[in-house]
Design a protein around this ligand. Sequence first.
Ligand SMILES: [Zn+2]
Length: 451
Amino acid sequence: MTRWLAEYAWLPDHAEPTPEVLIEVEDGRITAVAPLVGGGTPTAGVEVLRDATRLPGLTLPGLANAHSHAFHRALRGRTQGGRGDFWSWRDVMYDVAARLDPDSYLALARAAYAEMALAGITCVGEFHYLHHGPDGTPYADPNAMGAALIEAAAHAGIRLTLLDTCYLTATVDGAPLVGAQRRFGDGDALRWAERVSAIAPGNDHARVGAAIHSVRAVPAEQLATVAGWADRNGVPLHVHLSEQPAENDACRAVHGCTPTRLLADHGVLGPHTTAVHATHPTSADLALLGESRTGICLCPTTERDLADGIGPARRMAEAGSPLSLGSDSHAVIDLFEDARAVELDERLRTRRRGHFTPADLCAAATVAGHAALGWGDAGRLAVGDRADLVTVRLDSARTAGVPPVGAFHAATAADVRHVVVDGRTVVADGRHLTVDVPTELRDAIEAVTNR
Ligand SMILES: [Zn+2]
């Protein structure tokens, strides 16, 4: 039994944080949550408080990064200064993809996931399509690259949902994969399913989920194969959706409908599905997503970096889609920044303020993200949930004088002081306990770039 005394804690369904909350943890689970002020009583008297470890600042549930491509971390600062758009950025990304092997992927992902731990992220959804050798030949273990990611998350001390991604074609009209893309392909969706079925995470920290890269990459007649596999196995299904207007145009030209309509017609949408981005939906698309309770993962720091546009977040939520967050290309790994961007981008678009409450932003960063990744027992400071505690300083230059409810509008990843994942301390006083994050990032990135 470990006892923590949070100066403030953000409890489920509360509009703002609660002061002085005792949190008891046993075997990686929260066993008691007791506010000491305003009528709450600890499970025992003063004795209990004496052996509790105090957590100064604001303690949040674990943050969930629902959309990651770990290897994109190598691109940070290498593409931002130039011109171009998503497509020219993608060419640079493919250069890095072509250089990775299971060992260098492990080193890079381990460092990137450890950076996430420092940022308060306790669970990541890795949208993984870098499956095979550089010319498309499978490794001796056809899941060697996925295994590297699972191991990387274990080293970094965070949970992972390996969203193994079906990626078969280069364009909506079925052009074959070329160049670096050959690493992504399994030939067809049945062979994708056969390979993915062989993955055994072998550890409580990792789970397997499914992903459809996009309507560009999986032919319409094979969408149901992937969706059916996810459904039969009871795992989450993710899909990039309408990130680019060009994807919508190509889909209309080939299939006569929007990507969302195509996914709906092939059984891809539903409460266990998360659409990533959905930046350029029609009103009918929003209704399809919301009525099916399909989640939407917004990645505002990536969308701004790639000049993708602003997704209509308020309309998505009103239509019925739960919203989660992802750092995606890792131009920034800071879910506080992504969370407030959901509100701030709406302000830029509408020239009005107040679309999402601070509690809404907290839920997107925590419980909604965990649910999107298939961890229904995480993301809340509640009895029975996984014991993820993320404590944010309220005494830094950025957060001093800020009321706890304002944390999502003031704090950054650098203000995360203490991180507990499944009851285990991973970050203490702002330092990762097992990974030298800056050194490992530098070395891993130098190994796969032109320096
Ligand atoms: Zn992505």
